[in-house]
Design a protein around this ligand. Structure first.
Ligand code: FMN
Length: 373
């Protein structure tokens, strides 16, 4: 039997399998509040049979959004809107599906256009805002120069993470994830390329990790031990002088010591000119090191597309579970098809059971992809 469909206990929760839908910004919120698009997106993924469905990067304060369309959890209206769409998704979800949320702050990459508008820094007539970062270094020459956070700013952001975590707990998520990757605020503190501070928050790795760990501690304090708590961390900046896999391992170990239940190991996003060797499994070696050297439950992500590829990652022990992003946009029923390819039996929603080959022998005829496999 494939290992991909084995249950996995992550902290206090047992997930029904080793497959997660990675967090994916939809840039479709209104003033930070989830909209009908989120309802359809999450309701579709609720049927996916992924053991864990992650809600996109969700800003803990208004200036922590990437774009005007980003989801937030900084107001009562945001909380009510997200509760509505997550409730809708839950009511149709496959039994055992866990829902998670990623809490984030965009840092110097905020105040940007939606990707389909160009993804550039917002122009003067597009309601730009003052961004915040560890140091006043823009993401790229044509980007906003962020304000270096002072002591009051650091305290404000920590409080915002704690309060957003409290809202996520009230909504009822089974998993909460802190975003420390992809060049956003907490990653900016971690990397010497974006953090040139000379105070206790800059310099040696111990200092660069200080603020992300303060945030981690604040979130840990707001999240009961009955809920999974994890983080997305950076395996490499792919640039000399940036985060290295050694530093990643130390970061994961520190998070484990703070009581975090898992680490999802990704990379890049800090420096636009980084040359990243994108290809199948390109980030898996980072996850494998984190798992081997810290023992924290580890999720691999990035260019994991084929069911046999995902199965090999999990069965070889390089990661405990995998997250897929674009593959689920392309095929929200990826898990169903992976089960068929790998010979695992999973229950289909009864309304859709006539496409299940095990239940309906003629089903393969409407599944050319399966016939090819
Ligand atoms: C549309 C889209 C939105 C994304 N939004 C987020 C996000 O909110 N948070 C995050 O950590 N990563 C985000 N990512 C990155 C994915 O989670 C994932 O790490 C990346 O796409 C690589 O996985 P893949 O090869 O399976 O797509 C996004 C990716 C896509 C395609």
């Amino acid at each position: 039997m494939p290992h991909l469909f084995d249950p996995l206990t992550v902290g206090p929760v047992t997930l029904p399998n080793r497959i997660a839908v990675a967090p994916m910004c939809q840039y479709s919120a209104e003033d930070g509040s989830a909209a009908d698009w989120h309802a359809q997106h999450l309701m579709g993924l609720a049927l996916s049979r992924a053991g864990l469905v992650m809600v996109e990067a969700t800003a803990v304060e208004e200036i922590g959004r990437i774009s005007h369309g980003c989801l937030g959890l900084y107001s009562d209206a945001n909380e009510a809107a997200l509760e509505r769409v997550v409730g809708m998704a839950r009511r149709v979800a496959a039994p055992g599906t866990a829902f998670g949320i990623q809490l984030a702050h965009s840092g110097r990459k905020g105040s940007a256009e939606r990707p389909w508008e160009g993804g550039r820094a917002l122009a003067g007539d597009a309601r730009p805002w003052q961004t915040a970062a560890p140091s006043a270094i823009p993401f790229a020459p044509d980007w906003h120069t962020p304000q270096a956070l002072d002591a009051a700013g650091l305290a404000r952001v920590t409080t915002a993470f704690r309060q957003a975590a409290g809202r996520a707990v009230r909504i009822g998520f089974e998993a909460i994830e802190v975003h420390i990757a992809h060049g956003y605020l907490l990653h900016e503190f971690m990397s010497a390329l974006s953090n040139t501070r000379t105070d206790a928050y800059g310099g040696a790795l111990e200092n660069r990790m200080r603020f992300p760990l303060e945030v981690a501690r604040a979130v840990r304090g707001a999240v009961p031990r009955t809920i999974i708590l994890g983080a997305r961390i950076t395996g490499s900046d792919w640039v000399d002088g940036g985060i290295t896999p050694d530093e990643t391992v130390q970061c994961a170990a520190a998070l484990k010591a703070e009581g975090f239940d898992y680490a999802c190991v990704t990379s890049g996003g800090l420096i636009p000119s980084a040359r990243i060797p994108v290809g199948p499994n390109y980030q898996v070696p980072f996850a494998a090191r984190v798992k081997a050297e810290t023992g924290i439950t580890t999720r691999a992500v990035g260019m994991i597309v084929e069911p046999a590829q995902a199965e090999a990652i999990v069965s070889s022990g390089r990661a405990d579970f995998v997250a897929l992003a674009r593959a689920f946009l392309d095929d929200p029923h990826w898990t169903w098809h992976a089960a068929e390819r790998l010979g695992a039996r999973i229950a289909y929603p009864p309304q859709y059971a006539r496409v299940a080959p095990a239940a309906w022998p003629g089903a393969a005829m409407v599944r050319p992809g399966l016939a090819r496999a």
